[in-house]
Ligand binder design. Structure first.
Ligand code: PLP
Length: 404
């Protein structure tokens, strides 16, 4: 006789944590595929391109040359120097290697920054729609995520007024993400300057600026938040290699921060994971040093797909779709279909129901808005082939037209 499964007691913060909705949707789509359904998944957050050859070659060389041991906890000096050079060249920001911490993906960099800065009782401002992990990371640190809504007719950008209203004497951190996952929104420099003006009146508020989509940008200008007057001393800039260099599986991200914050982040990393993979670090140096042609080609392909996706979504009656200027997502507002009746007689109550319906009945996987703190929209990733995008859009069109 098998013994009963013991009840495991978990850490309260683990119990309170939500699993990642984007990963959950990915496995649901894969499960349906395994059952034989021809699912087109537009739910993934990764480029569908291979890592450029010079980067892959540097990784192979690292293995062949036996560069396969532990490295310095914050990353090899050559990589941190190359990152400083990148900040200087791309963002006009001057950092020293002591202010850089390299980690296993920007996700880890974000976790380090949030845990280094936040404590029990602190509030973390998270403009919505937000990337799914920000509130969970804030909560895990003991802080309370405070969601600040934005509006579709303002392209989902946080306004200085909304920021000012949200700040209390418990506010510790603001998390910004431009270009944004999930909306693709890019803040113009003058709007970032206006947010910085508000923050200058609240000197205890720090900023984590997630700039991982910096190079996946179309007609807009990216400005690092730390480059605005007074912001460098209180901003942790997070960036990484996953998106611009199609290196999601290599796991490499980094943060740049005032030295005491970088040291605190390094202390956590030193006890939890240590440095990222040595081979990956060599590949990261090659990425920063290579000719940027492959990145530009990839971004040009994303732009062509964005244009098609936005045009087709806008042509559907009842869909509101801002034009994203960066990343590889669109976030249409589909709330006009909430309350509609599906052909099987069931009611589409909300974004979760709509996503479920589109997956189960029309074999398109998207991610529902509630996961991003903005329930009216859905996230569609156009990091897929044009053929898959056309098929998915045909199905979305048919699926929405069938709702009454
Ligand atoms: C906004 C944003 N930040 C951070 C990350 C984490 O990237 P990685 O850990 O692969 O570097 C992602 C990945 O989806 C993202 O979309």
């Amino acid at each position: 006789m098998s013994s009963p499964t013991p009840t495991v007691r978990f850490n309260d913060r683990v119990d309170a944590m939500q699993p990642s909705a984007t990963l959950a949707m990915k496995s649901r789509a894969e499960e349906r595929r395994r059952q034989g359904h021809p699912v087109v998944a537009l739910s993934a957050g990764e480029p569908d391109f291979d890592t450029p050859q010079p980067i892959a070659d540097a990784g192979v060389r690292a293995i062949r040359n036996g560069f396969t041991h532990y490295t310095e906890n914050t990353g090899i000096l050559a990589l941190r120097e190359a990152i400083c050079e990148k900040f200087d060249h791309d963002n006009g920001l001057s950092y020293t290697p002591e202010q850089i911490v390299c980690s296993n993906g920007a996700k880890q960099s974000l976790a380090l920054a949030i845990h280094a800065l936040c404590d029990e009782g602190d509030e973390v401002l998270v403009p919505a729609p937000y990337w799914v992990s920000y509130p969970e990371m804030a909560r895990f640190s003991g802080a309370e995520p405070v969601v600040v809504p934005t509006r579709v007719d303002n392209d989902y950008r946080l306004t200085p007024e909304a920021l000012d209203d949200a700040i209390t004497d418990r506010t510790r951190l603001l998390i910004l993400c431009s270009p944004s996952n999930p909306t693709g929104t890019v803040y113009p420099p003058e709007e970032l300057a206006a947010l910085a003006d508000v923050l200058r009146r609240h000197e205890d508020v720090y900023v984590v600026s997630d700039e991982i989509y910096e190079h996946v940008i179309y007609d807009a200008e990216h400005r690092a938040f730390a480059s605005f007057p007074g912001m460098k001393d209180r901003t942790v800039t997070v960036n990484g290699f996953s998106k611009a260099y199609a290196m999601t599986g290599w796991r490499l991200g980094y943060l740049a921060a005032p030295e005491p914050i970088a040291q605190a982040a390094a202390k956590i990393q030193g006890q939890f994971t240590s440095a990222p993979c040595s081979i990956t670090q060599k590949a990261g140096v090659a990425a920063l040093e290579m000719d940027k042609g492959p990145v530009e080609d990839m971004v040009a392909a994303f732009r062509r797909r964005r244009d098609v996706v936005v045009k087709r979504l806008r042509a559907i009656d009842g869909v509101r779709c801002p034009t994203p200027e960066g990343a590889f997502y669109v976030y249409p507002d589909l709330s006009r279909f909430f309350g509609a009746e599906a052909p099987d007689g069931s009611t589409i109550e909300d974004g979760d129901d709509l996503c479920f319906y589109l997956l189960e009945e029309h074999n398109v996987a998207l991610v529902p808005g509630p996961a991003f703190g903005e329930p009216k929209g859905l996230r569609l990733s156009y990091a897929s082939s044009m053929a898959d995008l056309e098929t998915a859009l045909d199905r979305i069109e048919t699926g929405l037209a069938a709702l009454r």
